[in-house]
Design a binder for this molecule. Structure first.
Ligand code: ACO
Length: 367
């Protein structure tokens, strides 16, 4: 074998990241990155988030899929929560070393499912139970059984804390879960569609999507956003902290996006939700100062690349404001996105087509 020069090491690889490649046809959502518009099944995100509970938005997204059968979706999700609680004893006996995210994945693998389309309800409805139980196990607290008569957002907060949440907190969580319900062919949704295209079942596709979501360039960003806000601590530190981070070639978490060249519309939806929680939160004021300093610094550092606030910046601030621990930010993202993943998998499977692209070989040639 002769070692040919590797062009991938010398020139930028135009295929890296599949940027600009259309890899699916969908009726579910559209991301207009130039104009900062997100549409879910014919409605702008601003019409959905903050105006309805999570279940209603899922119903809207799933309207062609007929997944809840004779039940209403809130009722079906309530039943799914009850069914998911049956796997909690397994979560309690699993290794203490698992993260909350990994314990949820374990619970998902153990959910009693049929392998059919109805699993979309069992997984999407049941995941909040796995999330709350995994958090309580991590805190050495006893898991709390679901109340299937409540809405998902209210019951999720109740299962985390043991107390019925203030209505404003449940509203804020509903707003968040709807905001992140679906978002075109993002990395985790693409991963789900690839897995689904092999006719693997929904559980496997959601597990794969969770893996893709967990990275800091995708759904792992909001925890580090809050770490950054805490590390900066005071508005007067923002500029020097951010300048130093950019000088070290670090990425500012919560900024930049593959598709948006404007502010992510979901950031606006979440800031509107923060305003409803009250004007007096000093951390929110600090976050706004940090955002302004970051945008100015990014403009100086990358004048040719529009880098604006993405959904993750205000995800961190909103979830923190309603008392959610930062270890739950990525798991909550998964809970909100799961119905979107399921819808994409079913849509992909309807096409019957395996996703199998080609690669450009740049390795050694045989002698
Ligand atoms: N901070 C500093 N510089 C940045 C940032 C950032 N947040 N984002 C992009 N850049 C820079 C890159 O360093 C790169 O500069 P270079 O050309 O000198 O190397 C240039 O902008 C282009 O960056 P790419 O990585 O090529 O752009 P891409 O579209 O692949 O990146 C991404 C999108 C991964 C989201 C990026 O903006 C990023 O890393 N942001 C921080 C992490 C984050 O917030 N993730 C959540 C995204 S939203 C979501 O997934 C729900």
């Amino acid at each position: 074998m002769t070692e040919a020069p590797n062009p991938a090491h010398m020139t930028p690889d135009p295929t890296a990241g599949l940027e600009g490649v259309v890899a699916a046809t969908t009726r579910l959502s559209d991301v207009d990155g130039r104009n900062g518009i997100l549409i879910l099944r014919g409605k702008r995100i601003e019409e959905l988030a903050g105006t309805m509970p999570f279940e209603s938005a899922v119903q809207h997204l799933w309207q062609d899929l007929d997944l809840a059968g004779a039940s209403s979706l809130p009722q079906a999700f309530g039943e799914a929560r009850r069914a998911a609680f049956a796997v909690v004893p397994l979560l309690e006996t699993a290794s203490r070393n698992l993260t909350v995210f990994e314990r949820i994945e374990l619970g998902l693998a153990a959910l009693p499912l049929t392998g059919g389309r109805g699993d979309a309800v069992a997984i999407s409805g049941g995941l909040p139970v796995l999330l709350a139980a995994s958090h309580r196990i991590a805190c050495d607290a006893l898991p709390i059984a679901p109340d299937s008569t409540l809405e998902t957002a209210t019951d999720l907060l109740r299962m985390l804390t043991g107390e019925l949440p203030p209505a404003a907190h449940a509203d804020a969580l509903n707003r968040y879960l709807v905001t992140i319900l679906d978002h075109g062919l993002n990395a985790s949704t693409f991963a789900a569609r690839v897995i689904g295209s092999t006719q693997a079942d929904l559980k496997q596709a959601v597990l794969g999507a969770m893996g893709a979501l967990s990275g800091p360039l995708h759904g792992g960003a909001p925890g580090p956003v809050l770490d950054m806000i805490d590390a900066i601590g005071r508005p007067e530190n923002a500029e020097s902290w951010i300048t130093a981070a950019l000088a070290r070639k670090e990425r500012l978490m919560g900024f930049g996006h593959r598709i948006y060249r404007t502010r992510d519309p979901r950031a606006d939806v979440l800031t509107a939700g923060l305003r409803l929680l009250g004007p007096d939160n000093p951390k929110v004021r600090l976050a706004e100062e940090i955002e302004a300093a970051a945008l100015a610094a990014l403009k100086r550092a990358k004048p040719d690349r529009p880098l604006d606030t993405n959904v993750e910046f205000y995800t961190a601030v909103l979830l923190d404001a309603i008392g959610v621990d930062r270890s739950l930010f990525t798991p909550l993202f998964a809970a909100g996105r799961t119905p979107g993943w399921c819808a994409h998998v079913l849509e992909q499977q309807q096409s019957g087509k395996l996703i199998r692209p080609s690669s450009r070989y740049v390795g050694p040639t045989p002698a």
